[in-house]
Design a protein around this ligand. Structure first.
Ligand code: SF4
Ligand code: SF4
Length: 95
C-alpha cells in the first residue's frame, strides 16, 4: 500500500497538491483543526502561510504520478510506494 506523509509544519496551505492530484488524495483543513502545529521558519522566509493545512486523507489511493511533488511549496510531501521506495518533494517553486 502506498503511504503519503506530509510534514505539516512546512505546509503553507497553497493547495497545489489538491489541485493537481488526479485521485483526490489531499484535503485542506483549517489550521485550527490541526493541533500543535508550528510553522517552519525556513519555509516562512520564502512563502506565505495560509489559513489551511493539507492532510493526505486518501493516501492509499495514490498512484505515484509525482505531480504533487513538483508543485508543493513547502517541499513537505513524502511518498513511500509499494516497493518501499521513497519519493520526496522537489518543488520547482523553491529558490
Ligand atoms: S503522487 Fe500521489 S498524491 Fe501526489 S498527485 Fe500523484 S496520485 Fe496524488
Ligand atoms: S502543495 Fe505542499 S505546501 Fe501546498 S498545500 Fe499541499 S502539502 Fe501544503
Amino acid at each position: 500500500m502506498v503511504q503519503v506523509d506530509i510534514d505539516i509544519s512546512r505546509c503553507t496551505g497553497c493547495s497545489h497538491c489538491k489541485d493537481v492530484c488526479p485521485v483526490n488524495v489531499f484535503e485542506l483543513r483549517p489550521r485550527a483543526e490541526v493541533p500543535d502545529v508550528v510553522d517552519s521558519a525556513e519555509v516562512a522566509a520564502k512563502f506565505q502561510f495560509r489559513g489551511e493545512k493539507s492532510l493526505a486523507i486518501h493516501g492509499p489511493e495514490c498512484i505515484v504520478c509525482e505531480a504533487c511533488l513538483f508543485e508543493c511549496e513547502g517541499e513537505c510531501i513524502l511518498i513511500t510506494d509499494e516497493e518501499q521506495h521513497v519519493h520526496r518533494s522537489t518543488s520547482k517553486q523553491s529558490v
